[in-house]
Design a protein around this ligand. Structure first.
Ligand code: C2E
Ligand code: CA
Ligand code: CA
Ligand code: CA
Length: 281
């Protein structure tokens, strides 16, 4: 096929342009987000399997774009990390999240509720941690109520900056959660290097529990059992992510997760929707 190569090129080029354009657009959305403070937290409850009470909320970032509508993190986080736009965006987002979280705590009359936030490796700077400490103080929120969720990506770059930041968080009394546990590169070795308070079982494990293929379900169950044993040994709490149905909830609880999060309980909701839901019972 003489034309195959040429044909391939013709087919490939528009694709490349499309990607570059999408990327430039995303960077522009982020820039506008930073300038106009368009980052908005959605809150997803984390519940206790024993009794079903909401014990905390995870804040998840969105861009509330005036023309494009809500832009999801899957579309912009990776680019924001690369361009480091996540640094200013993350500061604004944290301040807005605390303001929202304070409203939720008041609406629930619950000072024990905790807040979980996600931090990317580039966000882990002593500067950011100082900023967070200031904001927590300004909003009158005890740092012990804050859980910082990090992924194993944090350890790929084993820097003094990151070590110092995590140390600072600990000294403030914040808790650390290892997000997406088991999906990253060599997660186990990191558990020996860092004291973690919470292990979050990735949603893929939870989902596979009810896979139509019984062998997949069984392997997933045994994997979660293994993680539960590690978690117990390390003195960590275990949160199961992505709980979508009662059977998954039953199983992860039976295996040893104390807490769960997922569409079964609630999708992440805007502050207004969260407050409305809380006040309607
Ligand atoms: P994550 O931290 O693992 O967050 C959980 C994701 O799973 C969220 O997606 C959430 O909406 C979704 N989810 C929750 N329950 C269920 C369920 O039952 N089923 C399914 N299929 N999905 C569920 P979201 O909000 O799109 O966030 C995606 C990712 O973006 C997050 O994954 C996190 O890695 C990142 N992200 C979100 N907010 C921030 C942030 O403020 N800073 C940073 N650095 N990353 C963030
Ligand atoms: Ca998370
Ligand atoms: Ca996760
Ligand atoms: Ca994730």
């Amino acid at each position: 096929q003489k034309n195959a190569g040429r044909h391939g090129t013709l087919w490939f080029e528009p694709e490349m342009f499309a990607n570059a354009r999408r990327r430039a657009e995303t960077e522009a959305h982020l820039q506008r987000g930073i300038e106009e403070n368009l980052f908005e937290p959605h809150f997803q409850p984390i519940i206790s399997f024993a009794g079903g009470a909401t014990i905390g909320f995870e804040a998840l970032i969105r861009i509330n774009h005036p023309e494009k509508g809500v832009i999801m993190p899957g579309e912009f986080i990776a680019i924001a990390e690369e361009t480091e736009q996540i640094v200013p965006a993350g500061r604004q987002f944290f301040a807005k999240t605390l303001a929202g979280f304070r409203q939720i705590s008041r609406a629930l009359h619950n000072d024990a509720l905790y807040l979980a936030v996600n931090l990317s490796p580039v966000q882990l700077t002593p500067d950011m941690i100082d900023f967070m400490a200031e904001k927590l103080d300004a909003f009158g929120i005890d740092p012990a109520r804050l859980t910082v969720e990090i992924t194993e990506a944090v350890f790929l770059e084993d820097s003094d900056r990151i070590r110092a930041s995590l140390q600072k968080l600990r000294l403030m009394g914040c808790r650390l959660a290892l997000d997406d546990f088991g999906t990253g590169y060599s997660s186990l070795s990191y558990l020996s290097r860092l004291q973690v308070d919470v292990i979050k079982i990735d949603q893929s494990f939870t989902r596979n529990l009810t896979d139509h293929d019984a062998a997949v379900a069984s392997r997933s169950r045994r994997l979660i059992e293994g993680i539960a044993a590690i978690s117990l040994n390390m003195g960590c709490q275990m949160v199961a992510e992505g709980v979508e149905n009662a059977e998954q909830a039953r199983q992860v609880h039976a295996i040893g997760a104390q807490y769960g999060q997922g569409y079964l309980y609630s999708r992440p909701l805007s502050l207004a929707a969260t407050i409305a839901k809380l006040s309607s019972g």
